[in-house]
Design a protein around this ligand. Structure first.
Ligand SMILES: NC(=O)c1ccc[n+]([C@@H]2O[C@H](COP(=O)([O-])OP(=O)(O)OC[C@H]3O[C@@H](n4cnc5c(N)ncnc54)[C@H](OP(=O)(O)O)[C@@H]3O)[C@@H](O)[C@H]2O)c1
Length: 255
């Protein structure tokens, strides 16, 4: 559904949300494959620890919730690279919320990061991608965006919106020569999931997640989801009539 990538050498890749977890491992893997990688997240000190063995990696601290900072980093990068071959928007956070712990401040915070932050990145890179008629954008959503899940009152909707966004983007960008990748991980071992006190089905390492992402992009897939033994169950479940879907959720989670 997208052009294949056979060789990463010299490819200009901007990974936003690259200081820990999935983004850090993906940035590292791409550097190992010979790509020119720019890493962004809020703290320069953390970015400096990701891939010290690649001193040529560009470190561009920014907060995705601050539009001006994203645009300024984009300008710095364009001045050096003159364009992008791939932009990966990985930055995001999880928040456990149920109806009886509803918290409007936390809702706003997650919308700012998981949703508005992604739109800030889009605003920054779309003009260049469109003008180039080449290069792509990948957005990390989540398998939790496929359908409503317990404890995901705000996380789920932000990720569902990103799935919808990628579908719309694909319609607009693919005919213009650009690639779009919708990336839906299941459970991945990262600082974000380290706090979970429940068994995480199909849990994989961040390195494995990075390999899945890079391989999916190399093969030109639009929908990159993993581990399939977990994500395919969720994809099947969402096709069930609601009566059965909710009964299945109750059986599996007790909620
Ligand atoms: N781990 C999972 O099981 C899982 C499953 C499905 C989807 N995901 C998604 O995968 C993405 C990465 O998650 P992860 O598990 O790898 O978590 P993580 O280790 O906490 O990584 C999150 C990254 O986003 C950056 N970030 C957070 N807030 C930011 C901000 N305001 N501006 C710029 N960067 C920011 C963080 O760096 P700083 O804090 O230094 O800024 C970090 O680099 C998220 O979108 C998450 O929803 C994760």
């Amino acid at each position: 559904m997208n052009p294949r990538i056979g060789d990463w050498r010299g490819q200009r890749v901007w990974v936003i949300g690259a200081s820990t977890g999935i983004g850090a491992e993906t940035a590292k893997l791409l550097l190992e494959r010979g790509a020119r990688v720019a890493l962004s997240a809020r703290k320069l000190s953390t970015l400096q620890t990701v891939a010290p063995e690649f001193p040529k990696a560009l470190l561009l601290p920014l907060d995705v919730t601050r539009h001006a900072e994203v645009l300024a980093a984009r300008d710095t990068l364009l001045a050096q690279w003159q364009g992008f071959d791939l932009v990966l928007v990985v930055a995001g956070a999880y928040n456990e919320m149920r109806a009886d712990s509803f918290d409007m401040a936390a809702v706003n915070q997650l919308i700012d990061l998981n949703l508005r932050g992604v739109f800030h990145c889009l605003d920054a890179v779309l003009p260049s991608l469109l003008a180039q008629h080449s290069g792509g954008i990948g957005i990390v959503s989540s398998a939790a965006g496929y359908s409503g899940l317990p404890k995901a009152l705000i996380y789920g909707p932000t990720k569902a919106a990103l799935i919808n966004l990628c579908e719309s983007l694909y319609v607009d960008l693919r005919p213009r020569g650009n690639a779009v990748y919708l990336i839906n991980p299941g459970f991945v071992e990262t600082p974000a999931t380290a706090v979970n006190d429940f068994p995480m089905p199909g849990l994989i390492t961040a390195r494995r997640a990075a390999q899945e992402i890079v391989q999916g992009i190399e093969q030109g897939h639009f929908h990159i989801h993993f581990p399939k033994r977990f994500t395919n169950w969720l994809r099947l479940a969402r096709l069930l009539p609601y009566r059965w879907y909710f009964a299945l959720l109750h059986k599996v989670t007790g909620l």
